[in-house]
Design a protein around this ligand. Sequence first.
Ligand SMILES: Cc1cc2nc3c(=O)[nH]c(=O)nc-3n(C[C@H](O)[C@H](O)[C@H](O)COP(=O)(O)O)c2cc1C
Length: 161
Amino acid sequence: MKIIDVYRQRRSIRSFVPGAIDTDIWHEILEAGRIAATSRGKQARRFITITDPLAISETVEQAKMQVFLKDCSALVVGCQTSEAASASDVIISMAQMEAVAVSHGLGTLWLGVFDRDVVRRRINLPEGYKEVLMMAFGHPAEPGQQPPKLPLTEVFRENSF
Ligand SMILES: Cc1cc2nc3c(=O)[nH]c(=O)nc-3n(C[C@H](O)[C@H](O)[C@H](O)COP(=O)(O)O)c2cc1C
């Protein structure tokens, strides 16, 4: 699949069918995150993956997350390794991981809303590290559709605003 078609197909999934992700596909997803660009090549980001169904369920409940997330196959917490590290690094990796997941027919959801203290405690995040956001990966229950986006001419201007 052409990369542009992956992005055209990408949409937020809020209904998952429980079940593990194929191991080779999961490793490909993680690899996409590993090799992503980072600010000054520092690679100052780490990812905590939660794939055990019970751990997912407990995390969703304790961190007051949306209930349908209990059915996802994996939660990934993206963390910068210090306050000074770049949140962009985490986000770039996550975006690459998402693209690989979508290319394999999986569904994803970016997650910015969760009880951060609870998640930090659950993943034993060391002092100084900062959780940036989470992403859910799983098997979409419905095809779903990407909502309409602004036209190219609105989003991009040439040379001057
Ligand atoms: C940084 C970020 C955080 C988000 N956090 C949440 C969230 O906590 N819960 C949720 O349901 N959707 C969340 N979303 C998904 C957006 O609501 C979604 O991307 C938007 O509605 C556009 O839909 P689309 O992803 O299908 O194009 C988040 C998206 C981004 C980029």
